[in-house]
Design a protein around this ligand. Sequence first.
Ligand code: SF4
Length: 232
Amino acid sequence: MLTRARYLEAMGIDVWRRRAAVPEHQTAAPTADGNAVPAVAGMIWEELQRSVAACTRCELHRGRTQTVFGVGDAHAEWLIIGEAPGAEEDRQGEPFVGRAGQLLTAMLFAVGLKREQVFIANILKCRPPNNRDPQPEEINCCAPFLERQIALVAPRIILAVGRIAGQNLLKTSTSIGKLRGQAFAYGERRIPLVVTYHPAYLLRSPREKRKVWQDLLFAKRLYRESMREVPA
Ligand code: SF4
């Protein structure tokens, strides 16, 4: 098994520099086929899984190999939310696989989290063609599934990875650069939410990894604070 230091190295973080102060800076429409949509709000986990797997609410169902519901601990304290399945996720039925997934795993491990300890989901459960950005109508169709996942997982903290996840969870058009470094509160339960860059972006812009490290430390601090506020 790789050590924590190895994961940090994989992220491009110079482990020895952590002696220096690292700033811990700073939240029923019809289907595409015209069929009736089952109510999602009251579903239990297994019903939700079945409903997603059979979903034809938007046109994306036509091009998918399979839906990508999410993976991990259904009662996790950390909920990681990305954008949408890519080609490999569509093939494997699991979010964040491939190089970006490995980097996400490394990012999580660097703050003491194993992948199986968190729950990882996406804004969309089906792959957009050619990996294009999700369309607003697709996001609207799929939103009840994610909202129900959030309600059932009931995490102590949400980490939104990437612009699409951050903007849609927070219902804002603010740039990801401005969303980073802030503590948001999601929903009625006011779950702490932190926005950071998507690992696929980090693969293209490795110099931004240090910012993600800062975001992760910030999220961990908020998580610890939430533990103090609500004793387990
Ligand atoms: S993206 Fe979501 S709403 Fe659209 S078909 Fe897939 S599961 Fe249904």
